[in-house]
Structures are given as structure tokens and as C-alpha cells.
Design a binder for this molecule. Structure first.
Ligand SMILES: [Zn+2]
Length: 677
């Protein structure tokens, strides 16, 4: 294998239109972090690069939907995600963003260089244009019926129902997502990267020279290459993005997939004035960590761009993962079907390693995999607590108890001792081999096998019994257990950085690096350690039930969104409407009606009078939060007796398909008794 002087690790730039979820973490950021930490432990020259991808149509669409600017959208999610990554211990050297000035300059210069070298094809074509909104409709600005599955809400770039990638002209009955109207065709000029020109080179570079790439990555590349590559547009008619730096290109920006990977270069520039040695020296090994949806961009398009530019190195490996599902359903930002990192960190304080462990242990490395809260709980309680935590705790507590926290000397070793010690270096080798091949699940399993070995060793040798008859023997047992513990502190550090940092502190071995692992005398006789505390704690059933409940509510809300609206009732006359007397009022007292689930007895100030009304809102709010709230009331509805209470009038509520109710309230505070009409 070729040897390298330094490593450049990139992690796919997350899109700044939503928070980070467990699918992102399992697919990209946990593996890239494990690998980066491993290289650092080896003392390698390594930098880890990431940042927010802040351009592209999903961001402008979200801004339009929320009535804010695209900059406000990306500011919100950049800050949220940057902090969540930091709090989760993802050790990027820089988390930059593609709206930075340095990125605009870098991306523009990159485009200019290719433009001046004549690497682009300039081509006019007809594209959909919204005459009412006065703009071209790129990608997701156009919707219509999918020609493959009939989904009426397919996008101009993809049908999310059947997964087919589309171009806008494939859609039947296209419509603009801005005005809703039918678009017209209009001619527009764009720049294309002729990928077909790079096809023979890509075939050789990937299919012959990188047969070591993961089979899911290699297979997808081969399938793209076998289909034949076409020129690909690198510009778009949009007003959000890096402007195309060519005269006469007003109103055009770089296609987000042209500018995003250049973001790795700009982030490196921002990080260090020495950036060129990481990008332009063949002694640098560049690794892209990505999800499977990005394979074509990182293995075909970006390498073709780098090759066209001419002065940059190419990736040595692109260890893409498949997708993680959640409770047997595809993770989706738009359907809110996800475990969001910032919410996990708030709900499980101090438990970063529990999630890192669960996500690595069932990472979708070779095929899609499923995350369930039950499995997460089992991984934490049955593996981290019961195996790893238990072994470390017993070793430290017994050393403290029998030897006052001082590492004892080993006496004569029996066969069991010798084979246990020999297993340490074998397991270290297994962890390392798997890490080097980007098989993180297996690497973690091998490291955990060392903890299993330690647990078994203690259970078999029973030092707590032997201490009475043979204290010398216990010295040997704990000496060996302590060597296993110290090795775990090193081997598990890339996977469980928070816990292993604590363990290193307790063992007083902050300076040991990866190469030290495997040896059987990491803790010398007489070395002082502290007794530590419990490293992991159990996750209780109710915490898991709370999370499952949250998902069930999401599911219910999604179902409610998808149900059809009730048909309109028969017409009434204006006079009939006018007979209803609806007024604004304020709730002054609230009390749940005993022995009912839904009913709340409310005292309401209408300005006409203060009256009692029974309302079916009790499942959706508490009595304490109601006083002071303004509502709308039909005041002339004939009084009714409900559960023995005379209810005078009715409070207006809106009810969705799932039965969820909410008050109809005046947008601004208004005098009680004001008519609603
Ligand atoms: Zn479809």
C-alpha cells in the first residue's frame, strides 16, 4: 500500500435547511469522527473538514414558505448544527459555511479557471419559466406528475415516492411551486461540464485503480459509468448562490453541486495558510466520508472537476454508507420522522457516547439498517453498562479496596493469565485492521470483545473470593485486569471519546497513544490510579417510552395531514349566519370536570356577563394554563346541561383529523364582547 505523509478527511457538508439527525450521524459523521480520532491517536498529520452547505433550491423554498430570507434560514441551521456537532464531540478542525466570502472567492476562481481553460460547453436550452413570478424554475421550483409512478407531487429533479431522478421536462402536467400556474418554455444559456470527456479516465481511475473501494460505492460508480456519462449543467437560473463569474451571466449562480464540494477547499483555506499542502501534494491522502446519495457527486463529478482544474489531488477513498431508517420507516426531514441531534442532547444529557455507540454498532455500512429506541436502550444497558462499565468499575473498585489505588506487581502467570494477556494484542490488531478498512462496526465489536474478555476473566478468577486465601494471586489478577482496562482506554477512544477521556483521567495515563495499545504493561507496578465513578448509567423504560410516544405523535400528525378534508356542508343564508352571536371573551377560571377525560369547566368573561361554559378541550391543555387566554364564544347558543353543569354558549375550537383541538383566538388582544363576523 502507498504510504502518505498526511490525511485530509472531509465529511459531507450538511444542508443548512434542517437540523442534524441520527441518519446523518450514522451515515457520515460518526464514522468520519472515529477515523479522524484514530489517526490523531496514531500521531498522524490529519485535518478534518466540514461545514454547512448553504445554497440550493430547498433553502430558498423553505425561506419562501416561512416568509424569511434564505440568509435567515442558513444562519439558523448553521448555528444549531455547529453547536450540536460540538456538543456531540464530532472533532472537526473547522466547521465552515459556503456563504462565507472566502468560499465565494474560491468557488468563483475555480469556475474561472475551468472557463478560461475552455473546459465548459456553453449551451442554450429551453427551460421552464414562470411568467407570473418572472423567473426560471430550477429543480424543485417545478412539480408535476411522475412519469414512472404517477405521484402528482414529484419534483423537477426527483420523485420522492419512487426515488427516480428526473429532469423537469420528464414531468407530466408541470406546475410552478411559486405561483402554482403552468410554466412556459423559455431559452436560457448555461455552462456544462462534459463528463463524457472524462469517462475513459474515470473508468480506469475507479474501476481499475480503486478496486479496494467499498462494494456499494464501487458498484454504484460502475453502474453510472456503464450507463454512459452526459454533460452536466454547472449553473442555474437562481438568485441565491455564488454568481457565475462571467460577463453576461447576471441572474445565474453556480449549481449547488458545483459549489458545495469546493467548500472543502475553501474551509481548508480558512483553517490554515498551509492549505495547499493538503490539496496539492500527492503525499496527502484525501478521504471523503459521505452517504450513498452523494456517491455520484464525490466519485464522478467532483473528481472530474478536480481533474479539469489540474492542480488538485484526487480522493484515495470514498467510504460511503447506506441509509439508516428509524423504527422501520425512512428518515425524513419534511415529515419530521427523525431523532434530531439537538433534541437528543437535551433529552439525554451526558449520554453522547451511548448514541455514538448505538449508531456505530448498527451502522448501515453495507446495507440500510434500522434504528429503534428499544435497541438503543438494549445497547446501552446490556453492553455499555453491563459489559464495559461493569468490568472497568469492578477493576477500579477492587484495586482501590485491596491495594489503595496502587497497581500491584504480577506474580507467576498461569496458562489462563498468559492466554488472556496474549489476546490483548490480537484484539488490538483486529480493531486496527477493521478501522483501516472503514469497517467501524466490526472494529467496535472487536474492541468490545476485549471488555468481554476482561469480564469473563474476573468472573472466572473471582478475586473477591481468592483475596481471603491467596492475596498474592489477587495481585496478579488485578494487574492483568488493569492492563486490559488501560488498553480499552486507548482502543475505545475513537468510538467513546467522552467516557475514555474520563477513564484516562482515572488511570492517570493521559499521554498514551495508539501504538502503546496491545502491550501488557501499560500500567507499571506502583503506578497510582483513582477509583473512578460509574462510567455509564442505565436508560430506564420511561425515557424510552417518552421517545417512542414522541414518534407516535409525529405519525398521528402526519396521518392527519394526509387525510382528506371533510366535504363542505349545505349552504346557509346570510340571515341564518347573522343569527349566530359570536364574541370575544377571556377565560378567568378553569377546572377539569371530574370523571371525564375531555371536559373542562370554564368561567368566561364576555363583557355581557361572566358565565360558565363546558368545553371539550381537557386533553389538549391543563387547567393551570387557561386563565387569561382570550377565545371566541357563541354567546346565544341555548344553554345545555352537560354532566350536571349548565353550559351557557360554546367556545369555538378547531379540530384536525386526529381529533386534536385548538382554540380559535383573536390574532391581537381585543376588548371582550367584540362581535366576530
Ligand atoms: Zn415516481
Amino acid at each position: 500500500m502507498k504510504s502518505f505523509k498526511r490525511h485530509l478527511i472531509t465529511s459531507a457538508l450538511p444542508y443548512a435547511n434542517g437540523p442534524i439527525h441520527i441518519g446523518h450521524l450514522a451515515g457520515v459523521y460518526v464514522p468520519s469522527d472515529i477515523y479522524t480520532r484514530y489517526l490523531r491517536l496514531r500521531g498522524a498529520d490529519v485535518i478534518s473538514i466540514c461545514g454547512s452547505d448553504e445554497h440550493g433550491v430547498p433553502i430558498t423554498l423553505k425561506a419562501r414558505k416561512e416568509g424569511i430570507t434564505p440568509q435567515e434560514v442558513v444562519d439558523r441551521y448553521h448555528e444549531l448544527n455547529k453547536k450540536a456537532f460540538e456538543d456531540f464531540g464530532i472533532a472537526f478542525d473547522i466547521y465552515s459555511r459556503t456563504s462565507n466570502k472566502i468560499h465565494y472567492e474560491t468557488a468563483s476562481a475555480f469556475f474561472r479557471k475551468l472557463y478560461e481553460k475552455g473546459e465548459f460547453i456553453e449551451k442554450s436550452s429551453n427551460q421552464y419559466y414562470d411568467e407570473e413570478a418572472g423567473c426560471f424554475l430550477a429543480d424543485r421550483y417545478i412539480m408535476g406528475t411522475c412519469p414512472h409512478c404517477g405521484n402528482e407531487n414529484a419534483y423537477g429533479d426527483q420523485c420522492e415516492k419512487c426515488g427516480t431522478s428526473l429532469s423537469p421536462t420528464d414531468l407530466k402536467s408541470p406546475r410552478s411551486t411559486i405561483s402554482g400556474g403552468a410554466p412556459v418554455m423559455r431559452e436560457t444559456l448555461h455552462w456544462y461540464l462534459p463528463l463524457d470527456k472524462y469517462e475513459p479516465w474515470l473508468r480506469k481511475w475507479i474501476l481499475e485503480e480503486h478496486t479496494e473501494w467499498k462494494s456499494n460505492v464501487y458498484g454504484q460508480c460502475k453502474s453510472w459509468l456503464d450507463q454512459g456519462l452526459q454533460p452536466r449543467a454547472v449553473s442555474r437560473d437562481l438568485d441565491w448562490g455564488v454568481p457565475v463569474p462571467v460577463e453576461g451571466a447576471e441572474g445565474k449562480v453556480l449549481y449547488v453541486w458545483f459549489d458545495a464540494p469546493i467548500g472543502y477547499i475553501s474551509a481548508t483555506k480558512e483553517l490554515t495558510p498551509d492549505w495547499e499542502k493538503y490539496w496539492k501534494d500527492s503525499q496527502t491522502r484525501m478521504i471523503h466520508f459521505i452517504g450513498k446519495d452523494n456517491i455520484v457527486f464525490h466519485c464522478i463529478i467532483f473528481p472530474a472537476m478536480l481533474k479539469a482544474e489540474g492542480s488538485f489531488i484526487l480522493p484515495e477513498n470514498v467510504p460511503a454508507n447506506e441509509f439508516l431508517n428509524l423504527e422501520n420507516d425512512k428518515i425524513s426531514t419534511s415529515r419530521n420522522w427523525a431523532v434530531w441531534l439537538h433534541e437528543y442532547l437535551a433529552d439525554f444529557p451526558g449520554k453522547q457516547d451511548s448514541l455514538r455507540y448505538a449508531l456505530c454498532a448498527s451502522a448501515p455500512e453495507a446495507k440500510d439498517n434500522d434504528f429503534t429506541w428499544k435497541e438503543f436502550q438494549a445497547r446501552n444497558n446490556n453492553e455499555l453498562v453491563a459489559i464495559l462499565g461493569n468490568f472497568i468499575n469492578r477493576t477500579l473498585v477492587l484495586t482501590d479496596k485491596y491495594f489503595q489505588g496502587v497497581v500491584p506487581a504480577a506474580g507467576d502467570l498461569n496458562d489462563y493469565d498468559t492466554s488472556t494477556l496474549a489476546a490483548i494484542s490480537e484484539l488490538k490488531q483486529a480493531v486496527e485492521t477493521n478501522l483501516e478498512s472503514f469497517r467501524f462496526r466490526q472494529a467496535l465489536a472487536e474492541a468490545m470483545n476485549l471488555a468481554r474478555l476482561g469480564n469473563k476473566y474476573l468472573a472466572d478468577t473471582e478475586p473477591w473470593k481468592v483475596i481471603k486465601s491467596d492475596p498474592g494471586r489477587v495481585q496478579t489478577i488485578l494487574y492483568i485486569s488493569l492492563q486490559i482496562t488501560a488498553n480499552l482506554a486507548i482502543l475505545l477512544e475513537p468510538f467513546l471519546p467522552f467516557s475514555m477521556d474520563k477513564l484516562r483521567g482515572w488511570l492517570n495515563i493521559t499521554d498514551l497513544n495508539w501504538d502503546a495499545a496491545g502491550s501488557t504493561d501499560l500500567l507499571k507496578k506502583g503506578h497510582r490510579i483513582s477509583s473512578g465513578e460509574l462510567m455509564f448509567s442505565k436508560i430506564e423504560d420511561q425515557e424510552i417510552e417518552h421517545q417512542v410516544q414522541k414518534l407516535l405523535e409525529t405519525k398521528k400528525a402526519n396521518e392527519a395531514l394526509n387525510t382528506t378534508t371533510l366535504p363542505q356542508k349545505d349552504d346557509i343564508s346570510f340571515d341564518e349566519f347573522n343569527r349566530m352571536d359570536i364574541r370575544t371573551a377571556t377565560i378567568i377560571e378553569a377546572e377539569k370536570v371530574a370523571r371525564t377525560a375531555k371536559l373542562m369547566k370554564l368561567k368566561v368573561e364576555t363583557c355581557i356577563d361572566t358565565r360558565t361554559i363546558v368545553s371539550g378541550i381537557a386533553e389538549y391543555c391543563t387547567a393551570e394554563e387557561l386563565p387569561g387566554r382570550q377565545v371566541s364564544v357563541i354567546v346565544n347558543l341555548a344553554p345545555r346541561n352537560i354532566k350536571g353543569i349548565e353550559s351557557k354558549g360554546m367556545i369555538l375550537l378547531a379540530e384536525d383529523a386526529s381529533g386534536k383541538m385548538t382554540f380559535m383566538v383573536p390574532e391581537n388582544k381585543i376588548k371582550n364582547g367584540s362581535p366576530v363576523k
